[in-house]
Design a protein around this ligand. Structure first.
Ligand code: INI
Length: 157
């Protein structure tokens, strides 16, 4: 018989950390609001939610790693907004944040969901932070719920 393992989407008893960068805070505040909204709408307990703020997206990997190593959270959502400017800085920050977070999730075994916008324009970022294209923070929090449940299911099976 085939065994199919899938994570359900619920925040009940989920210990969630959200690590969010302050750079481009007019966008990241919206992502944070979306992630918190998802957590509460799916039955999350305020006492199980931790929010940690970093200066920019470049700092997300180290801070997320530090949070993950406390082993106090079932999943972590990393939120940020990297918006292209006139210099190659965008490429370095975007590349390092995704590379670093991918390393942290594999090294710690804690599900880390990448909710960092990488956009060419401010308009694109606005679209993804609660207007035309939904809210990436909300989506990232839902993915974190599924990943936490999925890993738990795999360990139980
Ligand atoms: N940080 C961001 O989160 N988004 C950006 O768009 C950005 N740009 O373009 O400069 C940015 N830079 C700051 C960076 O994350 C670090 O905080 C900084 O370089 C200090 O290490």
């Amino acid at each position: 018989m085939t065994v199919t393992i899938e994570g359900h989407i619920s925040a009940k008893e989920l210990r969630l950390a959200i690590v969010v960068s302050r750079f481009n805070s007019f966008i990241t505040d919206r992502l944070l609001a979306g992630a918190c909204d998802a957590f509460h709408r799916h039955g999350g307990d305020e006492n199980f939610l931790t929010v940690v703020k970093t200066p920019g997206a470049f700092e997300l990997p180290l801070v997320t790693q530090t949070v993950a190593n406390t082993k106090k959270h079932d999943a972590i959502v990393a939120l940020g907004a990297v918006i292209r400017g006139d210099t190659p800085h965008f490429d370095y920050v975007a590349a390092e944040s995704i590379k670093g977070l991918a390393q942290v999730t594999l090294a710690t075994g804690v599900p880390i969901v990448y909710g960092v916008l990488t956009c060419d324009t401010v308009e694109q970022a606005i679209d993804r932070a609660g207007t035309k294209s939904g809210n990436k923070g909300f989506e990232a929090a839902v993915t974190a719920m599924e990943m936490a449940a999925l890993l738990r299911q795999i360990q139980k099976s």
